[in-house]
Design a protein. Structure first.
Length: 319
């Protein structure tokens, strides 16, 4: 019996290695065709220059094959000297391995690794991420994207209409869904360190571990984040965000919030929570914020509880 299992394992391993050699050989024999097809499509779609140091075919994303771009850089739209929209050490355009044997090289996934991205939407003018041609969408497009992922990326984001910035480091971020230029709808999951979230010079968040999940829908000017979940350290909240050219609205809430976890988080932030008071129990918390162009932020916080204890200040206790 053991000999039969061993023979099967050896046979299976041999077939697997033979397929790998076959796929590798066919991939490299067709690398010029693959490079030409992808580069032609990328150039057709781009309205701004992108520099690439090296291009190779790769099986690093097995079972997908990919065209690997090294040292990819774009300064973005309306850029000036020193500007950066995106830099990535590696970008992988992934396609089905079996398609190497055919003329169908539809790109289903794009993976970006080890880089930096600056997403800037000024109060007036063109956002720096609008680097695509307006007529780049085509039913015969090589790109039938299902997923875009980032790994080990420094991120910076700026919304000029409300003077809002965010900065952080993403260890893993995945977008999946429909990536049409108009009326897109994609889902997200990410793990990151949020260095700062600042609106009109007020720091709302700083130096916090975060995880996110949400659905992002909209078009090139309006965005809606729905079904959002944000975990900050050990505190998890639900959120929704609506972003328009003249501002944004945020709704965040948490039912049955553990006040001990909240106090630990608040102690690291600039939220004005007294540090000499200990919180114990659970509560419901809602945050509403409207941030519009040239207006004072309209912020509302609602708090309710039926089983909370506050203690520690001059040995006082409130239940």
């Amino acid at each position: 019996m053991k000999k039969k299992i061993l023979r099967f394992l050896l046979w299976f391993t041999g077939i697997f290695l033979l397929l790998i050699v076959l796929f590798t050989t066919v991939l490299y024999l067709n690398q010029d065709k693959i490079k030409s097809a992808v580069l032609t499509e990328v150039n057709r779609m781009l309205a701004e220059p992108v520099s690439i140091k090296q291009i190779d075919v790769s099986l690093r994303k097995f079972p997908y094959a990919s065209l690997a771009f090294s040292e990819v850089f774009s300064a973005g739209a309306n850029s000036r000297k020193g500007d950066t929209l995106i830099y990535a050490q590696q970008v992988y355009f992934e396609f089905n391995l079996w398609n190497v044997f055919s003329d169908d090289l539809s790109i289903h996934k794009i993976s970006l690794e080890n880089g930096t991205a600056h997403i800037i939407r000024p109060e007036k003018g063109t956002p720096n991420y609008q680097i695509w041609r307006e007529d780049s969408t085509s039913s015969s497009s090589l790109f039938t994207l299902e997923e875009v992922s980032l790994e080990n990326f420094k991120l910076f984001q700026y919304e000029g209409a409300i003077n809002q910035t965010a900065a952080g480091f993403v260890s893993q971020l995945v977008f999946s869904g429909s990536f049409e230029s108009e009326n897109f709808s994609i889902t997200n999951s990410s793990t990151l360190i949020l260095d700062s979230l600042v609106v009109d010079n007020y720091v709302y968040l700083k130096s916090v571990n975060a995880k996110t999940a949400f659905t992002l829908a909209g078009n090139s000017t309006n965005f809606q984040f729905t079904n959002g979940i944000l975990k900050l350290n050990n505190t998890e909240v639900d959120f929704a965000i609506n972003i328009e050219p003249n501002g944004m609205a945020i709704l965040a809430s948490k039912n049955n919030l553990d006040l001990g976890d909240f106090q630990e988080l608040a102690a690291t932030q600039n939220w004005g929570v007294p540090k000499k008071i200990d919180f114990d129990g659970r509560a419901n918390l809602t945050f509403k914020g409207v941030f519009e162009d040239h207006k004072e932020p309209d912020v509302e916080v609602a708090f309710s509880t039926s089983s909370t204890t506050l203690s520690g200040y001059n040995n006082a206790s409130i239940k």
